[in-house]
Ligand binder design. Structure first.
Ligand SMILES: [Zn+2]
Length: 708
């Protein structure tokens, strides 16, 4: 599933515990400096050295700790300005360092960096606790929150105040000293475990791969895949062979096209067993410990389970409401899977394959059914999907919906030569809006998947600050000078991540902690999933889905086939995702009983009636969303929750003048894309749509009957 990074509330508040460990050289540490250059300053990616991270983090934490102490010990009576605004202004140095640190963690990772990460993760966690557990500071926040003067603040100011108050309480600000100490121990231990979990998955994705040595082993693979596998062989120092890497972007196409059932099974087993192979990179024991610590922490904080704690400030509010939605969709989706499998089995039987459909057959036969039923060959579509043309397409859509213009810039440093940057301006006024960094290709040390990241958020507390956002993906870089062709799914992912970027770029708020994409976890995927709809609009396809050799637009007949098959395979896609979301939620509703992840997964799926032909999209031992941090824990359901909004919201365009209806787009900007977390998301949605969301559009979009 597409992923997304948010700068956590805790990071915005962050501080330090290690003033004594400061290195005398840090005064000249370039990671600490104010960002220089055009556009209000840009990240100094050209000055990063891994050895600089630790001293920079230490000094930035120490600096923030001093700022926090000044706020907490202010002799003046607490008010919004001297407390909340002061907090919003604090920690800027650490924000800058952590931005660079985050980019290295996700895209430039390596053994040297991992040593720093293992040391700094628990220290950053302890540092965050030191702020939320600062009693004089909390007393001031509480006083502002409870003051009658609050009623005179603007709605945004009131919401920011509420957020500080509620987030401090949720982080344990009200606990007694012993409980606070235990809470901080738990958070530090969790930070260590999260780091080990992530590094284990990365190790198995890097160290394991399949080497193909003969034409016979390449049977069925299209040329683009052979080229990618040959390129991968070079990086793995396996000259003259073809390498299938242990990442989704390498495995999924192999499972789709390889005629070699034995190799499909081998590839499938390698991929689904990441983190579950015993030995030094096995994640099972780590998961058991994470779950126990989370359960203990939830109890300390006064919640029955980790899931209840996580969902309190979400749009769903309770795990029960999230479960209700998942259960409403689960049965119709499973019913559809049985139909899909029957179609595949019939086709296999007809071809005399003499097999029973197994998980490693699903994608392969799914493709054959797609051809048989809709006369649609994905390989026929791909030549029209050039990465760079589609990038122009998303720019054009942003111009139509939000009046944005994109101009390439070369005067800012980047972390890697493959990364390119564009300036975003208003088409009419020419006003600078922000910067968009694009890091499209897979490389060693870059985590798999696709995600958006904000390097700097829009705000007005520290002056007119414009945003800097990035989109990151793992496309396989083609041969020099040749266009990179991507699949329909990948094109859809590009629109998705760009939706997050637009959410950041449209931000129009005052306070940094409520800017851009820093909204409730189950709301944040709404703008991004909504953007996916624009890929299939005729306006985009006619202009940007151009054949890489002839330059001709994708034929209407092919588009019709794509549209007719829109709900094809939704059983698989939904069950693959939803099984993972359900296991995530049930793991975090289980309380403090000791959990064996493999057994829990197996038993839960059996109870759910999981079709045996499908495996969870992320099996527990590799479920990075859930175990690399707290952020998507008990929160993987968010994609479905947001998709209810997405499907329903697109209806506003359909009922209007179509996908480029300016009036609807303006409402979308005003009530959704520009407001960040300044309003309650349910209210924002209602203002946009004129009513609450309904589930009907989602069921229709996925081709399910709501009744079954
Ligand atoms: Zn997303």
């Amino acid at each position: 599933m597409r992923e997304f990074f948010v700068r956590s509330f805790a990071l915005l508040l962050a501080t330090a515990m290690i003033a004594n460990a400061m290195n005398t050289n840090t005064d000249s540490n370039p990671l600490l400096a104010k960002w220089e250059g055009p556009y209000g300053g840009v990240p100094p990616f050209d000055r990063v050295q891994v050895a600089l991270f630790k001293p920079a983090l230490e000094q930035a934490m120490a600096e923030q700790l001093k700022e926090i102490d000044r706020i907490a010990s202010d002799p003046a009576a607490p008010d919004f300005d001297n407390t909340i605004v002061a907090l919003e202004r604090a920690g800027q140095t650490l924000n800058r360092v952590e931005t660079l640190y985050g980019v290295w963690s996700a895209t430039m990772n390596g053994p040297e960096f991992q040593v720093v990460q293992r040391e700094m993760a628990p220290r950053l966690a302890a540092f965050n606790d030191q702020i939320t557990q600062n009693e004089p500071l909390f007393k001031r926040i509480e006083a502002v929150y409870n003051s009658p003067a609050k009623a005179k603040l603007t709605p945004e100011q009131q919401r920011v105040t509420w957020l500080y108050y509620t987030n401090f309480v949720r982080a344990g600000a009200r606990l007694n000293a012993d409980a606070k100490k235990r809470l901080s121990e738990i958070n530090q231990q969790l930070a260590k475990l999260f780091t080990r979990f992530s590094q284990n998955v990365l190790a198995e994705e890097t160290d394991q791969f399949i080497v193909l040595k003969s034409e016979d082993e390449l049977a069925g693979l299209p040329q683009s895949l052979r080229d990618a596998a040959a390129a991968a062989a070079e990086t793995k120092k396996q000259p003259g062979t073809w390498v299938i890497m242990n990442t989704r972007s390498s495995i999924d196409p192999f499972l789709t096209y390889s005629d070699r059932r034995d190799l499909r099974e081998k590839a499938w087993r390698m991929f689904v067993n990441r983190g579950d192979n015993g030995g030094e990179h096995d994640n099972n024991a780590i998961i058991t410990e994470i779950l126990q610590l989370r359960a203990e922490r939830a109890k300390l904080l006064g919640f029955p389970t980790h899931a209840h704690w996580r969902l309190e400030n979400s749009m769903a509010k309770t795990p029960e409401r999230a479960m209700q939605l998942m259960e409403a969709v689960w049965k119709p989706a499973v019913a559809r899977v049985h139909e899909e499998v029957a179609d595949m089995q019939a086709l296999a039987d007809k071809g005399g394959a003499k097999i029973t459909i197994e998980p490693w057959d699903y994608r392969y036969y799914m493709e054959k059914v797609r051809k048989a039923k809709y006369d649609l060959d994905q390989n026929e579509v791909k030549p029209y999907l050039q990465l760079e043309k589609l990038r122009e397409g998303i720019f054009w859509v942003a111009g139509e919906l939000f009046n944005f213009n994109f101009t390439p810039v070369t005067n800012v440093p980047v972390a890697h030569p493959d990364i390119r940057v564009w300036e975003v301006t208003d088409k009419t006024s020419g006003k600078h809006i922000g910067l968009w960094y694009f890091d499209p290709y897979a490389r060693a040390g870059k985590r798999s998947g696709a995600w958006m990241n904000a390097y700097r958020v829009q705000e007005r507390v520290n002056g007119e600050i414009t945003t800097i956002v990035s989109n990151n993906a793992n496309f396989v870089k083609g041969k020099p000078g040749e266009p990179v062709l991507i699949s329909w799914d990948d094109a859809s992912t590009m629109f998705h991540e760009f939706g997050h970027a637009l959410h950041g770029l449209n931000s129009n708020v005052t306070y940094p902690s409520v800017a851009g994409t820093q909204v409730a976890r189950d709301y944040v995927e709404f703008p991004s999933q909504l953007l996916e709809h624009w890929l299939s609009t005729p306006e985009v396809l006619q202009r940007f889905a151009l054949h890489y050799q002839t330059g001709k637009p994708i034929p209407q007949a092919l588009v019709d086939k794509i549209n007719r098959s829109a709900t094809f395979n939704q059983g698989f896609a939904t069950v693959e995702y939803l099984s993972a979301a359900l296991v995530d939620m049930k793991l975090h509703l289980a309380g403090d009983k000791k959990i064996d992840p493999d057994a829990f997964e197996r038993e839960t799926l059996a109870q759910l009636g999981m079709p045996k032909e499908i495996v969870m999209r992320h099996r527990t031992p590799q479920f990075l969303h859930v175990f690399s941090s707290d952020s998507y824990s008990a929160g993987y359901y968010s994609y479905l929750w947001s998709d209810v909004l997405t499907a329903d919201a697109y209806g506003a365009f359909v009922e209007g003048k179509g996908p480029y209806d300016r009036a609807v787009a303006e409402r979308l900007r005003k009530y959704v894309f520009s407001v960040g977390n300044t309003t309650d998301p349910a209210e924002g949605y209602r203002a946009f749509r004129g009513r609450d969301p309904k589930i009907d559009a989602l069921m229709k979009k996925r081709g399910f009957s709501a009744k079954s």
